[in-house]
Design a protein around this ligand. Structure first.
Ligand code: SAH
Length: 369
């Protein structure tokens, strides 16, 4: 067993000052009264932030100027400045590079489809999981993001949709995936609090349906079990990438701690507790994990541990990352892989990868300025 940085809640190094979005509704009122302001000011602030999606003091005319300054300084400190926004796919994919108060860089990616809009958010700056095919994993972990830093990415994405920043006119942000930088379950408490803030009805939270939220993990078994007990109806995605321990030990180093069958057993418990189908992520890498026999082994293993009813395989054609020797499988190999998985009765689809040319696709987020 190798030693891996598997702390669930790492030290507070670099975290920003407390923010409205870190707090429950009750704690917001307490924070406001501690400043000598009336409790209902907390509700006004919440409406501006979570319902109107604004942090602009000029728009908060229902709060007297003197109070406004005091309240904003204390409860809505600036969390990010936008370094740049890059677009591709005819403007329907937009990557935002954000700089936190301490100079830390993170990225989020907004993708608009005909029927929905999905924001891919980061839960950590960098990542400690060290998967060799992922650009984020190559840089190591810089720090955890605070609850508010996670929520703020969503507020900004929702505001961009509402303002019609992407082609198609004003729209609504419907889906959130924790598939940006970081391992969400290694920043457990802050991520769970962020999910609550994202899904609570406005103005307590952003009012995005939990059904539209996906938390993706390398497979931290105790944290998956804990998540199942939170009473959140979010979708769990597990980055499996291969059904056998021998290869997975190298592709997803945390497999040295929790083996494939342990991860799938935890995924099954999650599905049983929440009633939600689990998504299995599989980056298809040419001549590494794309053999027909592996597809069959994958399908059979999933059917056994999760039942075909409770699982869905999401294939991700490998996206190129700097310095990596690996590339995506050719189309006929990919087609064969899909067919073999489906032959076992397990649902399998190929993810349409967005954002490759702006380094915004899965595994390409490195926030290298
Ligand atoms: N740490 C979490 C969240 C990141 S999600 C997790 O691993 O699940 C990002 C997804 O993209 C994961 O499934 C990850 O394995 C996958 N990925 C990473 N690098 C990739 C690459 N180069 N090409 C395609 N998918 C990749």
């Amino acid at each position: 067993m190798t030693s891996l940085p598997l702390v669930f809640d790492a030290p507070k190094r670099g975290l920003p000052p407390r923010h409205l979005a870190d707090l429950s509704t009750g704690d917001r009122r307490d924070a406001v009264t501690a400043l000598g302001e009336r409790a209902f000011r907390a509700d006004q602030l919440s409406r501006h932030y979570f319902t109107r999606l604004t942090v602009d003091p000029g728009e908060m005319t229902d709060i007297p100027a003197a109070s406004r300054e005091r309240l904003l300084n204390d409860l809505i400190p600036p969390l990010f400045t936008v370094v740049r926004k890059l677009s591709c796919d005819d403007g329907t994919t937009q990557k935002a590079l954000l700089r936190a108060h301490d100079g830390t860089l993170v990225e989020s990616v907004l993708m608009r489809y005909p029927d929905r809009a999905t924001l891919c958010i980061s839960s950590q700056a960098g990542c400690g999981m060290a998967c060799p095919f992922c650009a984020t994993g190559q840089g190591g972990l810089n720090r955890n993001l605070s609850t508010a830093e996670i929520v703020e990415q969503v507020r900004m994405g929702a505001a961009a949709m509402r303002a019609g920043e992407l082609p198609g006119g004003p729209g609504r942000l419907s889906n959130i995936v924790f598939m940006g930088m970081g391992e969400p379950l290694a920043n457990y408490r802050r991520v769970v609090d962020a999910v609550r803030r994202i899904t609570e009805p406005s103005p307590a939270g952003l009012g995005i349906s939990a059904r539209g939220v996906t938390v993706s993990t390398v497979g931290l078994v105790p944290a998956i079990d804990k998540l199942a007990g939170e009473g959140l109806a979010v979708t769990l995605a597990v980055s499996l990438h291969t059904p056998d321990d021998e290869l997975r030990d190298t592709l997803v180093p945390v497999n040295n701690r929790w083996k494939v069958t342990e991860v799938l057993a935890a995924a099954r418990r999650y599905a049983d507790t929440t009633g939600r189908r689990v998504s299995i992520e599989y980056a298809l890498i040419r001549d590494v994990n794309d053999q027909p026999w592996r597809a069959e082994m994958l399908g059979k293993l999933l059917a056994k541990h999760l039942t075909t009813r409770l699982v869905h395989v999401n294939l991700i054609p490998l996206n190129p990352t700097p310095g990596s020797k690996w590339d995506a499988s050719p189309p006929h190999v990919q087609d064969e892989f899909v067919a073999r998985v489906r032959a076992t009765g397990v649902a399998c689809t190929v993810r349409d990868t967005r954002g490759q040319e702006i380094a915004a696709a899965c595994g390409q987020l490195a926030a290298d300025g």
